[in-house]
Design a protein around this ligand. Sequence first.
Ligand code: IPE
Ligand code: IPE
Ligand code: MG
Length: 255
Amino acid sequence: MNDFPDLSLDPERMPRHVAIVMDGNGRWATRRGLARLEGHRRGKDSVRAVVDAARELGIPYLTLFAFSSENWQRPSSEVRFLMQLLHRYLITETKRMMKRDIRLIALGDCSRLPAQVQKALRETVECTAGNRAMTVALAVSYSGRQEIVRAARRLAAEVASGGMRPEDIDEFAVASRLDTAGLPDPDLLIRTSGELRISNFFLFQLSYTELYFTETLWPDFREREFLAALSAYQRRERRFGSVDTAARPPLRVAN
Ligand code: IPE
Ligand code: IPE
Ligand code: MG
């Protein structure tokens, strides 16, 4: 019955940063004759399972793409439900994060979130700021292009005010003005639900990220599926444009 590959992992070759596009909640629900919202509700349990697994495995950075800037176009009832879910998640998970020494940070244009969600997010970020074992980055109201635009505006303002010269702008200068400033680039991107696209996620950060796509819908994605993704990652040969498998990524952001 067990058609899973050998899931033994090499602790020496764990990714430092895993990013996940958590997709397929709606389809999970509609295939069962349920409302899409039920899929989102179940998806929250997968978030908990994957955060716990990553923490146990000692993965220092985990980014979860929870809501895109484009997702605001969805029916207002679905958006409202997702915002309530996020609010409840923040309230209930803060205690668990404190227990597990997990720091939460937010990526994206949080100013668009309802006031009570912004407040809960701020409180969780502040409360967990001193935690060190793992960083969970929650991408909400996030768009990769908009993030690059915001970084470009910051750089333009710094040049306009005389604080910087155009020739000082290099990859590091851009990276350190993105929402992900201080985070290493993801080593592994997982997208669930079988869609083979990036959907405006991490356009700058994914330059040499290993991509892993699975048909599994997000509410069914639990520890075993996560281990399968990590195991697949460990079988990849990363070259970063070189011929040498010991080559390093072209841009290494200090953190
Ligand atoms: C992912 O599931 C959750 C969000 C994008 C907020 P979807 O809601 O996109 O589920 P599908 O893709 O319609 O199945
Ligand atoms: C991507 O999923 C965004 C998140 C998972 C938060 P979507 O369901 O919004 O992406 P598309 O519409 O299929 O590209
Ligand atoms: Mg989707």
